[in-house]
Design a protein around this ligand. Structure first.
Ligand code: CU
Length: 358
């Protein structure tokens, strides 16, 4: 790699799409722009401005008990084509206001970048190459690994806002800088792809479920479609979740276990990220072998708790041969062997019949 001085970077690709159809009632149009900063090897997405009135009054935390009302949260989608051949390594996201000052990530519910041209390994759903919540820090992999991406891949950026601060935000712009390694990088990076393991996720259903009062476990098994090495994993649970683990379903051996750090009220403060060696071998998951994910809740509220979640999000490395065996986008195969949280013991919360109107 030549170490180029700070040249003005050539812009390979520039596209501006008004999002008028999705804009808020007051007709502010958020525009989307994409460009390639080839000196820094970054694809830069810029979108804004968004107007974000405070939702603090009467709104609850995004992941409080009983779930959260996403129907009130403004949501935006922007489609674009990935502009370069290479491997993605990570990203940085910043929010800033009209003066260029940083805006707190507490106005964001989530953002996702979805690869519409590749499916997930376990479910026939599109691959999520990036998922950012309120607390997600910047993620950057070493140049020795990366997510394979080809120029022209169809992508979708999805943003949901939830301004839980007491202040209205008049205008906010989002900048996402996605670092890539060019296709001619030698030695060729180890190919890594996201792996989502969820106790409830199914096409057409929410990935939330209900847990009873007291201690409970939900487990779900899946069969790996290809061999891969788990390089790292983090997990997501709601309050009163106490543990997430991955087991070999045949031997029962616990392969990894994540327990959250709790705040003084016993609520989840932070989920750890486990790394098994970016440079090392990682944790081997073998094709055709059965694995089990388990989420444990200890619900002290005395009542069933709806709208909770349990999933592990990992990164696996695969060989070129295994990437070629990756299920095709139109392959409807589901790797889960059971319905997990959606099994028979799950009963949808009963809705009382509405009183008759005279
Ligand atoms: Cu959640």
């Amino acid at each position: 790699m030549q170490r180029a001085a700070r040249l003005l970077v050539p812009i390979l690709f520039l596209l501006v799409v008004p999002a008028g159809l999705l804009a808020q009632d007051d007709a502010v149009e958020a525009a989307f722009a994409i460009r390639v900063d080839s000196a820094r090897h970054e694809v830069v997405l810029t979108v804004g401005p968004f107007v974000l009135p405070s939702m603090a009054a009467g709104a609850h935390g995004a992941h409080g008990p009983g779930g959260h009302d996403e129907s009130r949260m403004p949501q935006f989608n922007f489609k674009f084509q990935w502009p370069v051949d290479g491997t993605g390594r990570g990203f940085r996201m910043t929010l800033r206001d009209a003066e260029g000052k940083k805006v707190s990530q507490r106005v964001l519910h989530h953002l996702n970048v979805i690869n519409q041209d590749r499916r997930q390994l376990l479910l026939p759903l599109q691959e999520r190459i990036m998922a950012v919540g309120r607390e997600t820090p910047a993620i950057m992999l070493p140049a020795t690994v990366g997510l394979p991406l080809t120029r022209g891949t169809r992508m979708r950026l999805n943003i949901m806002w939830h301004n839980e601060t007491p202040h209205d935000v008049d205008a906010v712009w989002m900048d996402i800088r996605i670092r890539y390694s060019p296709a001619n990088l030698l030695p060729r990076p180890v190919l890594t792809l996201p792996l989502s393991m969820d106790v409830a996720d199914m096409k057409g259903r929410p990935n939330t479920f209900t847990v009873p009062a007291g201690r409970s476990e939900v487990a779900r098994e899946f069969v790996m479609p290809v061999t891969g090495r788990l390089l790292g994993v983090n997990g997501h649970m709601h309050d009163w979740g106490t543990e997430l683990r991955l087991e070999d379903a045949v031997s029962g051996k616990v392969l990894t276990r994540l327990t959250p750090t709790l705040d003084s009220l016993g609520k989840i403060h932070r989920m750890p990220t486990r790394l098994y060696g970016i440079a090392g071998d990682g944790l081997r998951l073998r094709a055709e072998r059965r694995y089990r994910i388990v989420v444990v809740y200890d619900n002290p509220t005395g009542a069933p708790m709806a709208g909770v979640m349990g999933h592990l999000d990992g990164l696996i490395s695969v060989s070129e041969a295994d990437l070629a065996r990756w299920p095709a986008l139109d392959n409807p195969a589901v790797a889960y062997v059971d319905e997990g949280a959606w099994r028979a013991e799950y009963a949808a919360p009963r809705v009382a019949p509405a009183p008759a109107v005279p």
